[in-house]
Design a protein around this ligand. Sequence first.
Ligand code: SF4
Length: 339
Amino acid sequence: MVKRVVIIGGGAAGMQTALELKARGLEPSIIERDIELGGKVRGWHILFPTFTSAEEVLRPLVERVKSERIRCFLGQEVTAVASDGVMLRSGERVMADAVVVATGFTLFDAHRKQEYGYGLYNNVITSVDLERMMKSGRVTLSDGSEPRRIAILHCVGSRDEKVGQRHCSKVCCITGVKQAIELRRMCPEADVFNFYMDIRMFGPGYEELYREAQERYNVHFVRGRISEAAETINERIQIKAEDTLTGRPLRMTVDLLVLLVGMSPNYENRDIALSAGLPLAPNGFFKAKDSFLGAVMSEREGIFFAGAATAPKSLADTLAEASLTASAVDAYLKRRFNE
Ligand code: SF4
């Protein structure tokens, strides 16, 4: 009999895992709480470090899920998880021989950093809002004009004890570099300043892009953290920071302040962990069985992870990990059913 696998989450990790499982002759189903597949990638414009359109990556995944006739439960929330299936809010039970948790992450809520005035000042936006603007083809201020001076603030809601988020979100440094280059391309008259704590360029091609941002696009990098932002009478944003390289306080007025929001654990993690008996790591992401040979396994037999459910990850790493998850699920089912 064909073995069934339920995947919780219809983002990139969930879809790629489902496709890999299907290719191995298994029967995956996807449960997605949104009414569409795609997850966070649906909101992205272009991807680092190659400037590939997000659509170019996402569309083939969605089309293949459809053409492979993978069963999708859209607009459905999971209320309980066990290794033999999940319970949906509708009351339906979806039975399975294994479960994959691919619930991804939640974006940090920038309102929580009141000192930056997100939601209060029109020209303070998040990196996600900026991505949406770029997707629409134009970056403008609240009055419709083009910004001439832009500050991008790194580590908003990451590496921050005050909001209980000590972890590094890993991909926001390179996102900040990519967005700075895009801003220079879309608004060539604008000066772009990136305020950072450390620059973390861990992936292939990232360091090169960081250099290109400085040498070819003349993006300015200031080592320092903005302590507060205030609005001027003409809706410009005055920022206070300390340049931690020179030790000097700094004040600057910009037209647009972009907050690079980090990855928080998915808000559903606690409920899923409780119902399935899965441990969470201190940062609230799911705790994998171990960091080396069991990175996609949970401590409960029959329950696996894919993507950013366990830690912040880039899209490239997420897609690569999905294959690993499918392989681990397949090996587990063969072992369990003596095939
Ligand atoms: S990747 Fe960069 S911006 Fe993001 S949390 Fe880490 S250091 Fe901060």
